[in-house]
Design a protein around this ligand. Structure first.
Ligand SMILES: Cc1cc2nc3c(=O)[nH]c(=O)nc-3n(C[C@H](O)[C@H](O)[C@H](O)COP(=O)(O)OP(=O)(O)OC[C@H]3O[C@@H](n4cnc5c(N)ncnc54)[C@H](O)[C@@H]3O)c2cc1C
Length: 285
């Protein structure tokens, strides 16, 4: 087996061109997942297209309208410590802070994480709850997709061959919103057994807006307008929370794996939803 070629393009366009020209090539971001898979012989790319030399691909920029642009090569550690994320956007910052451990947070990037689309990963539910948009660049130019449309199936995304994640955009949202991310894991640093991302707005103790996304309980994050409608206009009482939790558990499509059985995950979703929403409510007061 020969070592893959290493390309170090200095523009995203050139990276996309190199990837489009060779279907066996893979782009290399932090390498946390890709290099481990190569070492284990699970993937054998013909070439690696490194994104490290591309200027402007790392970093977090807060815009005048309150929206935030996160470059695809932004490391989890930078996102976890960023003061640019505010109000409901902080759900993404919290998700970054509980990914694995410090070495992985130093290596891994948001673009690499969402492109790999591990269903147990922490960003997918947080980005769906935050109403994020993913900016993609390929031979055909640039396009933007809602995070909820970007994640399509187990380890599958809407990325076309030769297309790259360029950035992640978080809308400003309501300035009073609170973000909260709750991760249930077997041990600290493990992938989620189940997770819940919440963005909540309260006015006078009444829920005026809520987004809930459940992670690690199916091929992609579960978000359900019907469940959110049970809570909007309520005081987030136990009955409303239970009704929303049951709807989300019914909509989930978990499997048995090394972390938990599908039955356990279905059982735990309503409890985790209740815990996460209550925690967000406590912060909102
Ligand atoms: C021990 C360990 C524990 C972990 N625990 C967790 C955890 O608890 N929670 C969690 O969320 N994650 C966890 N991860 C995953 C981690 O967050 C990785 O950072 C992430 O999956 C991949 O990011 P990366 O930048 O290293 O990507 P890479 O490993 O470089 O690439 C991953 C894949 O994405 C593709 N890719 C990379 N960047 C782009 C791009 N911009 N556009 C298109 N495709 C791209 C690559 O070609 C490759 O197929 C863990 C990883 C390890 C090694």
């Amino acid at each position: 087996m020969s070592a893959p070629l290493l390309h170090m393009p200095d523009s995203l366009k050139e990276a996309a061109r190199l990837l489009a020209a060779d279907p066996e090539a893979k782009c290399l971001a932090g390498g946390a997942t890709l290099v481990a898979m190569m070492n284990a012989g699970l993937v054998q790319p013909s070439a690696l297209v490194s994104l490290r030399k591309i200027e402007g691909l790392a970093g977090i920029e807060r815009r005048a309208d309150g929206s935030v642009r996160i470059g695809a090569m932004t490391r989890h550690r930078i996102t976890a410590n960023s003061s640019e994320l505010a109000a409901g956007q902080t759900v993404v910052k919290q998700a970054a802070s509980v990914i694995a451990n410090p070495p992985v947070r130093n290596m891994g990037t948001m673009g690499g994480s969402i492109a790999f689309a591990d269903p147990g990963a922490d960003y997918p539910p947080a980005l769906v709850a935050a109403d994020a948009e993913i900016e993609l660049l390929g031979g055909g130019g640039t396009r933007r997709l809602k995070a909820a449309e970007f994640f399509t199936d187990w380890y599958q995304t809407a990325l076309e061959p030769g297309e790259l994640v360029a950035a992640i955009h978080l809308p400003a949202g309501d300035a009073r919103a609170i973000g909260h991310y709750d991760k249930l894991a077997r041990v600290e640093g493990d992938y989620a057994t189940a997770s819940v991302a919440v963005v909540l707005t309260l006015a006078g103790g009444i829920c005026t807006g809520i987004a809930i996304a459940v992670g690690a309980c199916g091929p992609k994050p579960v978000r359900l307008a019907e469940a959110e409608r049970k809570l909007i206009g309520s005081e987030l009482d136990d009955a409303s929370l239970a009704a929303a939790g049951v709807l989300l558990a019914d909509a989930a499509d978990p499997v048995d794996d090394v972390r938990a059985s599908a039955d356990y995950r279905r059982l735990v979703i309503p409890r985790l939803v209740r815990r996460a929403v209550r925690a967000a409510r406590a912060l909102a007061r």
